[in-house]
Design a protein around this ligand. Structure first.
Ligand SMILES: *Cc1c(COP(=O)(O)O)cnc(C)c1O
Length: 239
């Protein structure tokens, strides 16, 4: 085993312990929470080692990095999540490898994703990214649609050929009323998920929590946590 693989195994074990403890504290079963390892900026070799260590879900946020990495790892039994702001001119590439797009935040993106999914004969799982700090524009600075826009966008995804409406995603806001209040932010996301499931019962994924706040997300009821730094270490600088 290489040193790097030992390091990843040790980090994974620590994260697994944190998730298990958070589930126990919340009276939830460990099976209710899926770990997604965010491999952005880290090399394909790391992804391969993670796969060998039993990781099944990985996430990326930039198509330029993700596309070649996914191609290099095409032989691995991995589920790929796209979690970054997505420009429509990158959709064709992303649909080539992403099983889930967690950052659906505007109607133009729904139209483009649907067209590409249909063209390639793939079904893409979609999560609506919610910006809990959306201002008057109804949009978040780092992507996402404000809470008031979720129902309409969800309806568009549900009706779009090639797309499957799977749930909601958020990143804890750094500004606004939820700044520093991760638990409250994730609680709000859960309320929005409850509303969403009235109209779309199968859309039950709730993706929330990262390295710093996965406990709060699990306590709130998240079904998926997205963990980068705590597994892979500090990210190499962006090229
Ligand atoms: C980078 C990233 C993560 C992981 O963040 P860490 O703090 O490194 O765990 C989760 N979600 C999204 C959308 C990200 O861009």
């Amino acid at each position: 085993m290489t040193d790097r693989k030992d390091e990843l195994a040790a980090n994974l074990a620590k994260v697994e312990e944190r998730i298990a403890a958070a589930c126990a504290a919340a009276g939830r079963s460990r099976e209710e929470v899926t770990l997604i390892v965010v491999t952005k900026t880290h090399p394909a070799d790391d992804v391969r080692m993670l796969s060998e260590l039993g990781v099944r879900h990985v996430a990326e946020n930039r198509d330029q990095d993700a596309a070649p990495k996914a191609a290099e790892c095409a032989d691995l039994p991995l589920v790929w999540h796209f979690v970054g702001q997505l420009q429509t001119n990158k959709v064709r590439s992303v649909v080539g490898y992403a099983d889930f797009v967690q950052s659906v935040d505007r109607s133009k993106l729904v139209t483009t994703l649907s067209r590409e999914a249909e063209r390639t004969g793939r079904e893409v799982g979609c999560l609506i990214q919610v910006a809990l700090d959306a201002g008057a524009s109804g949009r978040g600075e780092r992507g996402g649609v404000g809470p008031d826009g979720v129902a309409e966008l969800a309806g568009l995804v549900a009706d779009a050929p090639g797309l499957r409406l799977d749930g909601l995603m958020t990143v804890a806001p750094l500004t606004g009323e939820y700044a520093g209040r991760e638990q409250a932010a994730f609680g709000r996301l859960m309320d929005l998920s409850t509303d969403l499931r009235r109209a779309h019962p199968a859309a039950n994924m709730v993706s929330a929590g990262m390295s710093a706040d996965l406990e709060q997300a699990v306590a709130a009821g998240a079904t998926h946590v997205r963990v980068g730094t705590a597994v892979l270490g500090v990210r190499p600088r962006l090229r």
